[in-house]
Design a protein around this ligand. Structure first.
Ligand code: IDC
Length: 308
């Protein structure tokens, strides 16, 4: 039985934990796609089934870039429709297989979510209209605000996007990125968003770059009841490449587990980079075996199995 089959729709309780209707804590673990436009081939049912049944993934994050490479806000309507269809497929397979699924508005090059706020509002209105009856869908409204984007900017954006989602979808959990590539959860803690209770704040780490200093921020926020979700992490450098650091990765896993915070690994692709799940020579899209995988993917499957 999958976690979704067991626990159904989740919400954030008054202690900042993700819980089911019995107030039982539910911690989700899974994988993130690379950009949907970059690697659409991995959105297939057989692979989702393997992730669920063999790898013990509970949640899949559908990362849709807004700016980079056929990003949602850069391309034409045809491109938009292609991306919407991919999300639809991803949500459908996840639902059929009893998985939770995150629809991720993946800002990055467009460092401030206010840049594409109007597009985001239209997008999330459409998503919420489509998926409001699904208990397994989460909305991640801005991946990683960065450079000079402030918490005030993010808050302004969130306060406009959240009510649009809530107009159609009363219950889904909403995930909100934080400043400096989703690290500065201390700023969210100091000045939280108060218009919605079913909201979690996003922290991302790349274990060979982000160490004790970021773990301290995580811990302070968690100890103060801030709802946290690690919707993206890597074992390597923050550029998604260079060396893995499994000793630091283990410290992060231990910490997240201690606070019952879920985590999702970047990325499902065979791109020539350390954070990719599969080696570049592997052009399969399903039925993966150990030899197809990079080190971090193998490491994470062991983590997932330990947690299942
Ligand atoms: C990276 C991809 C890489 C791509 C790049 C685009 O791994 O293939 O060329 O984005 O700019 C993040 C981002 C995530 C990054 C990842 C690694 O959310 O989009 O993916 N990363 O750099 N935050 C920290 C690291």
């Amino acid at each position: 039985m999958t976690k979704y089959e067991k626990h159904g729709a989740l919400h954030v309780n008054n202690k900042g934990k993700l819980v089911d209707h019995n107030n039982e804590i539910v911690v989700l673990h899974g994988l993130s796609t690379h950009g949907l436009a970059w690697y659409p081939q991995y959105i297939n049912r057989d692979f989702f089934e393997q992730m669920s049944e063999e790898w013990k993934v509970d949640v899949i994050r559908l990362a849709m870039y807004t700016a980079e490479k056929d990003g949602y806000c850069e391309g034409d309507d045809e491109n938009k429709n292609k991306l919407i269809e991919l999300i639809d497929k991803g949500v459908r397979y996840a639902t059929e297989l009893g998985l939770y699924v995150i629809i991720d508005w993946h800002i990055l090059l467009d460092s401030n979510p206010l840049i594409h706020k109007d597009e985001a509002i239209k997008f999330f209105e459409l998503m919420a209209k489509k998926y409001h009856a699904y208990g397994n869908v989460f909305y991640e409204i801005c991946n990683e605000p960065n450079v000079d984007c402030t918490w005030a900017d993010i808050k302004e954006y969130a306060q406009e996007v959240i009510p649009v989602i809530r107009k159609y979808d009363e219950y889904a959990v909403i995930l909100c990125g934080t400043p400096r590539w989703s690290q500065d959860v201390d700023e969210a803690l100091a000045d939280p968003i108060t218009i919605d209770k079913n909201l979690m704040y996003v922290l991302h780490f790349y274990a060979d770059t982000h160490k004790d200093e970021l773990r301290k921020k995580f811990e302070d926020a968690a100890n103060n009841g801030l709802p946290l979700f690690i919707t993206e992490f890597g074992c390597c450098n923050a550029n998604g490449n260079l060396d893995n650091n499994f000793a630091e990765s283990d410290k992060w896993i231990e910490l997240a587990d201690r606070y019952n915070v879920g985590y999702i690994m970047w990325n499902i692709s065979n791109r020539d980079e350390t954070s990719a799940s599969f080696i570049p020579e592997c052009d399969k899209t399903k039925k993966f075996v150990k030899e197809d995988m990079r080190d971090a993917c193998r490491w994470f499957i062991d983590v997932l199995k330990d947690h299942a």
